[in-house]
Structures are given as C-alpha cells and as structure tokens.
Design a protein around this ligand. Sequence first.
Ligand code: COA
Length: 163
Amino acid sequence: MPARIRATSTPRDADACASVMRSLPDYFDHHALEQAPLDVRRHGAWLLEDSDQLVSFLVAERRGRTAEILWMATRPDSRHRGHGTLLMEHVLAELQREGVVMVEVKTLDASADYEPYEATRAFYERMGFVHLDTIDPYPGWEPGNPCAIYVTALGARPQGAAP
Ligand SMILES: CC(C)(COP(=O)(O)OP(=O)(O)OC[C@H]1O[C@@H](n2cnc3c(N)ncnc32)[C@H](O)[C@@H]1OP(=O)(O)O)[C@@H](O)C(=O)NCCC(=O)NCCS
C-alpha cells in the first residue's frame, strides 16, 4: 500500500506518535513525551503511514490566521527519505486552504551547539522557514536551551477576499 496522509486526534494515534518520539532520545525529553500526546488529542495531528505503519507525524496548533508546528518526527529508520518533506508540504497546503497565512515553529537555536538539531534547522530552512529571532531563556524551556523562532508565510490574501 502506498504512503498516505491522514488527520487524527485519537488516543491510540497519540500513543503511536509518542512511540516514534521515544525512538529519538537525542531530540525529545520526558517532558516532550508527556506533552506531545496531549497536544495530538487537543489539536490533532497529521500522520504519514506506509503499509499502515506510522512513519512520520506533525502536530500544529491553529490560532486563527496563524499556526504553530508543535511537534514533528519521522521514525529513525525512515528519516532522510523525503517523508518529512511530503508531510510538511501537505500540512502547509492544508493550513493555507483553511486561511492560515503565517506558520511558526520553535526549535533549538544554533548557539546551543548541539549537533542533532543542525539537520532539523536545515530541514525547516529547506521547507521555506526563515529564522526570525532567538530567545534565551525562553519561558517554560529548560535553561541552556536557546529557542530559535522560525516562520514561513503562506501567501496572505486580505480577509474576506474571494478565493
Ligand atoms: C526533521 C524531520 C522531521 C524531517 O523528517 P524526514 O522524514 O527526515 O525529512 P526528509 O527526508 O523529507 O528530509 C530530511 C533530509 O533528507 C533529505 N532527503 C529528502 N528526500 C530524500 C530522498 N528521497 N533521498 C535521500 N535524501 C532525501 C533532504 O535533503 C533532507 O536533508 P536536509 O535536512 O539536510 O536538507 C526528521 O528528520 C526528524 O524526525 N528529526 C528528529 C526530530 C526533530 O528534529 N523534530 C523536530 C523538532 S523541532
């Protein structure tokens, strides 16, 4: 069965997302493992599945005309094969269709000098996100984790304009 993308917010799918995160210990701590399933249930997630197996997921919180990507991960044995790109393009197109004009994602800043997140920032930049600001310390984040704020614009139209 070819890869497919579906939206979900079920507890079972939330647990499946957490299990992908558990397999990436260089990226996600215990706080993330507790919070992400709650966010899947509250905000929903998009899952990319191959042969009914979860490969990659993305959680976004919509805030009117803006949205924030809260969580994203691809199973370690499936990274760097284009799944994340496919999923991100799908989600950005869907958010744009819903009227979202600006999308934000927060990640670990380069000044942390932590190698695993170099590829993460490169991925977001390749997907069209630009580094807007760094906030350190970021409220709610553990000390020593400078927060890089990335944004991408989805082609704003005046509100109420014809589609
Ligand atoms: C960031 C992440 C979600 C991207 O997902 P992915 O499925 O690996 O994404 P892609 O495969 O589409 O792209 C990743 C890389 O693979 C390369 N790639 C894409 N398609 C490819 C293909 N068909 N063949 C070979 N390489 C490919 C891309 O060039 C990209 O490299 P780059 O990031 O150095 O530019 C994933 O790597 C991940 O889970 N990282 C750890 C968790 C994380 O950082 N989450 C975000 C927290 S803020």
